[in-house]
Design a binder for this molecule. Structure first.
Ligand SMILES: C[S@@+](CC[C@H](N)C(=O)[O-])C[C@H]1O[C@@H](n2cnc3c(N)ncnc32)[C@H](O)[C@@H]1O
Length: 207
């Protein structure tokens, strides 16, 4: 499948799909941290390039519910951030997952289809992560663990702290690639399941 991982500098989701044989490309305004297929630039310029699946991680700076008290001063940034999310949701791609923390997307566009936690995917940490899905099933937990530390809670302040906080958890990336990287059922498969293969290849008539 042709997979676009939008707003990803880490390469973590891209490589999870690439390891499974997909034609996966990440896109970010920043360079990629991991060698691999990466488009540096505005993702809006490549949304129409014939992708089968997109996983998008739009910036949450102006969308987080925790920043609500600043909203009066940040109305324009908030409107632009919501427009960006809407454009990603409306992209002409059959399967789309948009990932964001608990945010004003829920009240301004629509509620998420699912809220996941890293501790459901092998990481002993908490970070409520919302998923807005189109053409994709909900992600099934793969490895529920006991730890419940808030993410990078103890990391000292630094200019790159936001990167540590925003990199996708490897366990979640693996689950996305494993569960969403399966091909969509095609008509032939549906017919074969319904009628049996002999009716499809004509062997029933020849015998
Ligand atoms: C919250 S971070 C997501 C990080 C991601 N989870 C990862 O593991 O790399 C949001 C990213 O969106 C990127 N970004 C913002 N606007 C963009 C645009 N128009 N096109 C592509 N990337 C964009 C930012 O540079 C930032 O790296």
């Amino acid at each position: 499948m042709r997979v676009l991982v939008a707003c990803e500098f880490s390469g973590i989701v891209r490589e999870a799909f690439a390891r499974r044989g997909h034609d996966a490309v990440s896109c970010d305004l920043l360079d990629t941290e991991m060698p691999g297929r990466h488009h540096r630039g505005d993702v809006r310029g490549i949304l129409h390039d014939g992708w089968d699946l997109m996983v998008a991680h739009p910036p949450c700076t102006h969308l987080a519910v925790s920043g609500a008290r600043w909203f009066a001063r940040k109305r324009l940034e908030r409107a632009e951030a919501l427009d960006f999310v809407q454009e990603l949701m409306d992209a002409p791609i059959p399967r789309i997952a948009i990932e964001n923390p608990v945010s004003i997307i829920s009240s301004n566009i629509r509620k998420p289809d699912q809220i996941i936690q890293p501790w459901q995917f092998g990481h002993g940490e908490t970070k409520a992560t919302c998923l807005w899905l189109k053409g994709l099933p909900k992600l099934k937990p793969t490895d529920v663990v006991h730890g419940r530390e808030p993410r990078v809670h103890h990391a000292p302040p630094s200019p790159d702290r936001w990167k540590a906080r925003s990199r996708t958890f490897a366990g979640i990336a693996e689950a996305m690639a494993e569960q969403w990287g399966r091909p969509a059922p095609v008509l032939g498969t549906v017919l074969a399941c319904t009628f049996g293969t002999s009716r499809l290849d004509g062997s029933a008539r020849q015998s």
